[in-house]
Write a protein that binds this ligand. Sequence first.
Ligand SMILES: [Fe+2]
Length: 496
Amino acid sequence: MKHILGVSAGFHDAALSLINEKGDIVFAGHSERYSKNKNDENLSLGLLHEVTKYNVQHIAYYERPWAKQLRQLYAGQGIEWNKLTAKQILINQIGNEFKAFPSDRISTHNHHLSHAAAGFQTSTFDRATVVVIDAIGEWDTISIWGAEYDRKGQAVYKKLWRQTYPHSIGLFYSAITSRIGLRPLDEEYITMGMAAWGKPNWYESMTNAVVKNTHLVTMHNNYHTGLPENFLEAATNEDIACAAQMVAEDLISQVMQRARGFGWSSNLVYMGGVALNCLANRNLGKWFDRIWIMPCPGDAGSSLGAAALAYGRPINWVDAYLGHNIDGPYPVQALLDELSTNRIAGVASGRAEFGPRALGNRSLLADPRGSRIKDQVNEIKRRQKFRPFAPVLLEELVDQYFDMPSGFVNSRYMQVIASCRRPDLFPAIIHVDGTSRVQTVPRDGSGIRKLLEAWYDLTGCPMLLNTSLNIRGEPMVNDRADADRFEQLYGVKVFS
Ligand SMILES: [Fe+2]
């Protein structure tokens, strides 16, 4: 069978996606999981070996190399104009594996359009408003699209609006992340978690200092190079995070209002790295009735978007378990026994998740009840104590325990926060603002679903604490060897 290989590489979080001629996603995975280099920008051989056994007829690259170089020159990013083609970039990335591949079977696609396609063509919508917000593509930083399928079933995208470099919500948020001592383009989710601990005292000062025109999403400065050294120097990190989240939400609101105003569709497909801001996402239902955020909305997901553009038709989205396979049945009974006795257990089973969240196949799971479990899991994860853990629960029971924001009837990929109705019962999975980043699991026959059902039967508790299974400083566990290292380092059993 013929396949299309989508490639995202050379910036951060390189990834490959492979689809077949029926539109099935055969594989999608991140380079970092193989190289163990977090957010690896380069394609690794281990990742490539997952796809070389297939008959690749076409390679689709997630952006336009020349346009990007032009912008990098404009931005003074210290690169030389080298007119690299997508094929040359691929060869640079992965040595000779692509050398013999015919150039006329390699296509390049606009960065934001790749984001849009990764969302729209995996959604169930025939027609949707697509919003892309990231740090930067070639030039676009925000784009709004009207998407639909034509009579032949081909996806058609009409660009309705865009904002361009250097005006960027993503670059602003990354600059804030760097300002408070975290790693930009990686730890924005920690900035977001910190926001709830801050006070909004600096909101107005930050708005005035940063935003030129809220409606147009223009900024006073280029935040690509960071913030001025003395930027709000009297403010605490928590207060800066709080103000930045508020400013970002103001700007995102303007974009969503504008997007809805085009009247194209009340279905929203939301993509780009900023779509991972699950705190801001709670507001999306103000403008849209139905919402789809592909679980890997950032640049890694655009490997799938580029492949989708080359394919042209809808992609058969089933779930996010698309990466490396650890063969064998999901170890339900072993996990159940361990959770009942020791309250914490690891699992590395089936296919790895595509996207930044562990959704039950590469997870550290724990009994969420009681006040001590958070500290116990934190001892293993050794992460900032202010951050809560997330719950995973039976989808049909979500309304009993959480108030889901409008527009979200479920949250299968941990993309939105919800207020917990029983914070007294589950303190480990509640943030200081009373919310949780919920993962709901439908009756899909998945391993995590079977485990939750068995756990519920045994204990009457419909949820587990779920955090990613990773050695500190490393990406998520990928294969059994990683899982063995985790066991040895932390003394927690990992079942396959
Ligand atoms: Fe992007």
